[in-house]
Write a protein that binds this ligand. Structure first.
Ligand SMILES: C[S@@+](CC[C@H](N)C(=O)[O-])C[C@H]1O[C@@H](n2cnc3c(N)ncnc32)[C@H](O)[C@@H]1O
Length: 213
């Protein structure tokens, strides 16, 4: 899986179907996250940093975003994006979300924002790619403060009339190494009493946000 994102990192933004299909999910998820100016946010499996402009627009220059990804090639593209925009309130961390000690990222939240936990965590099209999303969910629970927000955007097979696109959706997920049956947002729905669930693109994209207890 690491190899897939190593070889494809420079082409990811062009070949991933971002504008035609997937941007709508990240926009809906980040909107529903209802971030506040000054928030410190974790972007788990941040890839090339496509969420960064949307997250930074909401947290402002007084907030901070920490992007974590296992692939150095994806992070190199994210780092170019940060440099070209001149963003000084983004930290990028190369780490495996499934093996990471939460203290490794909470220490960044403390250094950059003087807070021992994050105000929010967001993950788009990433947890279905992780070998197992449960430890990643445990990481989110460990690092987001009680009352903080979480957002998960991920993919499933289209349904109803859109089911005709199921073979295409399967192909896109297989190309990206995603498990289309993973449904990682279910953990958030179970734990957040106020979970909001938006379904887009005929059921292919699910954006779930909520407040953590
Ligand atoms: C389909 S990309 C999504 C990237 C980005 N979130 C987006 O919305 O465009 C999935 C990302 O998950 C990362 N990834 C896969 N397994 C990981 C792990 N165990 N820990 C951290 N990142 C991982 C990959 O390197 C890749 O950048």
């Amino acid at each position: 899986m690491v190899k897939r994102y190593t070889a494809g990192a420079r082409l990811y933004d062009v070949l991933s179907g971002e504008h035609l299909v997937y941007r709508a999910g990240r926009v809906a998820g980040i909107d529903a996250l209802r971030l506040q100016r000054g928030d410190i946010v974790l972007d788990l499996g941040c890839g090339t940093g496509l969420n960064l402009p949307l997250l930074l627009e909401r947290v402002g220059t007084e907030g901070h975003v920490i992007g974590l990804d296992r692939s150095s090639s994806m992070l190199a593209v994210a780092s170019d994006r940060v440099r070209s925009h001149g963003w000084s309130n983004v930290s990028l961390l190369e780490a495996d979300a499934l093996l990471l000690n939460p203290a490794q990222i909470t220490s960044i939240a403390l250094r950059e924002g003087g807070r021992s936990r994050f105000d929010a965590a967001f993950s788009s099209y990433a947890m279905s790619v992780f070998d197992d999303w449960m430890p990643a969910w445990a990481l989110i629970r460990a690092v987001v403060r009680p009352g903080g927000r979480a957002g998960i955007v991920d993919m499933a097979l289209p349904t109803g009339a859109a089911a005709v696109f199921a073979p295409l959706a399967r192909l896109a997920c297989a190309a990206g190494g995603a498990d289309i049956t993973a449904r990682p947002w279910q953990a958030l729905e179970r734990e957040a009493a106020d979970a909001e669930h938006t379904v887009l693109r005929g059921g292919h994209i699910h954006a779930v946000t909520g407040t953590l207890p």
